[in-house]
Write a protein that binds this ligand. Structure first.
Ligand code: PMP
Length: 498
């Protein structure tokens, strides 16, 4: 079993085992049961920790509370389809953007390895609760904030990096009603600008709240200097279809460099569409909506992917509606989502697997008393049998999660193990001795060309049975697999005739 390079707090296994995915997810209403945290003091990052999700302690004078010293990110882990393993979409771009945001606020950036570790820990631990239906996912929210209690106007000397998560539906309200905001300003180049800083979102709250009350759940922002040029919506970038081509405001130092925006630009060009990144005046857009030259408007971001705009509304009640809604947008949404959900090829190399999460769950003393000594078994399988192995693992997980089998202590994830020169896929189960017959029969029923055997520190490299299973004919001595007096003798089945 691999040891994670971060701590796993007591209570994580219980929090994960006790979590039930509700039918209704919404966007951000359901919190994942675990979170990740790491602290930085005097420029040096400590070891990260995976914890049960819950309240955190912070000094009231902490600079995040006094001066909004906070930057954040948002990305999704997808696991769509019966046998899918979770994957992340362009996580390195989120790390790069968090680094740029942190640098703008003079905060200590998060090292790439720590950032990825936080994502992998949370998404890996929550693997089972990532919904499998298309357009559902696990939304990951990494954030960094200043924890030093101080009123001095300089950056903190201590920081915390955290990752929380939510199983979510795609963020969708149908065609959006968007309010044009001509008075308040959200972000300025030279100010906190394009940083994904909490302060920019705070600046948007007054107008967004008022617009929502008038029936426009989204707000369209204009530039701070002239109140003339289109920027973006409060949490999404904007596209217009003009003369059949895509137009989007160019990044001007105040617009968030959306990863979905960038992905759509590249994908659209790949699909043969013309894309312009340019300054777009609100007047031009409204005029072209009226003539019909601008046929469609949509917004994009991690939460909604691509969301059509049905109406742009002025404060005085005048409204502008594009003549088509969700035509080009729907095509792009499906093309991008198919890559994100790995239903289509990924010519850009945008997705990457979540690292498997494994923790050694020590059986509670009670379980051992009730169920006998703890055992563990590794179920090795052939690479082409992954579906069957996954199905078997699901059966174990089902038993464990339903509470029907308290003696099943732990079910690991499917992962590749290096055995000498071989890469061998396997997963691991821990159970008490009473459960040996159940495990035996479940493995038999699975039809895997499998090998279940004990794992000791020295058995993998030269294990005779494993060597044989890998195609190297080696003498087999079952007695070496069943050392008397240990809890590890378990080498009994499979189609191989050992
Ligand atoms: N603009 C703003 C203000 C946002 O908050 C977001 C969401 N992160 C976006 C645009 C879209 O960015 P992305 O595609 O990276 O999610």
């Amino acid at each position: 079993m691999s040891t994670p390079s971060y701590n796993v707090a007591t209570g994580v296994a219980t929090a994960l085992a006790g979590f039930r995915l509700p039918e209704q997810l919404g966007f951000g209403n359901v919190a994942a049961p675990v979170m990740f945290a790491a602290n930085c003091t005097a420029g040096s990052w400590g070891r990260g920790e995976l914890l049960p999700y819950g309240p955190i302690e912070i000094l009231p004078g902490a600079r995040v509370l006094q001066y909004a010293e906070l930057v954040f990110e948002g990305l999704k882990a997808y696991r769509v389809g019966a046998a899918a393993w979770p994957n992340l979409f362009r996580p390195r771009d989120n790390w790069l953007r968090l680094t740029r945001s942190a640098t703008r606020l003079s905060m200590q950036p998060v090292p790439e390895e720590l950032f990825m570790q936080g994502l992998d820990a949370v998404a890996g631990a929550c693997e089972r609760l990532i919904p499998r239906r298309s357009s559902q996912s696990l939304y990951l929210r990494p954030f960094l904030f200043g924890t030093e209690a101080s009123y001095q106007l300089r950056n903190s000397t201590s920081f915390r990096f955290m990752v929380i998560a939510n199983p979510v539906e795609i963020y969708s309200t149908g065609p959006m009603r968007v309010a044009i905001e001509r008075r308040d300003v959200r972000a300025t180049a030279g100010g906190v600008g394009e940083a994904k800083a909490a302060a920019n979102y705070a600046a948007a709250l007054r107008a967004s709240t008022a617009a929502t009350a008038r029936g426009y759940p989204m707000t369209l922002w204009l530039d701070a200097q002239e109140h003339r040029w289109l920027q973006e919506l409060s949490g999404m970038n904007l596209f217009a279809v003009i003369g059949g081509e895509l137009h989007t405001p160019e990044l001007d130092g105040a617009i968030l460099a959306g990863i979905t925006r960038d992905s759509l630009i590249r994908l659209a060009r790949h699909l043969g569409l013309t894309v312009h990144e340019r300054r777009i005046a609100l007047d031009e857009l409204l005029a072209k909506l009226q003539t019909g030259e601008c046929s469609e408007l949509f917004a994009c971001g991690t939460a909604a992917i691509v969301s059509p705009i049905g109406v742009l509304g002025e404060a005085d009640g005048v409204e502008y509606a594009p003549r088509s809604v969700d035509v080009v947008a729907a095509r792009l949404r499906e093309a991008l989502l198919a890559i994100q959900e790995r239903r289509a090829a990924d010519p850009f190399g945008w997705t990457r697997d979540v690292a498997p999460f494994e923790i050694a769950v020590r059986p509670a003393a009670g379980a051992v008393e009730r169920g006998g000594a703890p055992w563990h078994a590794h179920v090795y399988y052939l690479p082409e049998e992954r579906h069957r192995a996954d199905a078997l693992r699901e059966r174990f997980v089902g038993l464990r999660e339903s509470g029907a089998e308290p003696q099943l202590l732990f079910v690991g994830t499917l992962r590749d193990t290096q055995v000498g020169p071989h890469v061998v896929p396997q997963f691991e189960v821990h159970f008490t001795s009473d459960l040996v017959p159940t495990v035996e029969s479940l493995v038999r029923e699975s039809g895997l060309t499998t090998l279940v055997h004990p794992l000791t520190a020295d058995d993998l490299a030269d294990h005779t049975t494993l060597g044989r299973w890998l195609g190297t004919p080696l003498p087999l001595d079952l007695s070496t697999l069943d050392p008397p007096g240990t809890n590890q003798g378990f080498a009994r089945f499979g189609k191989t005739d050992f």
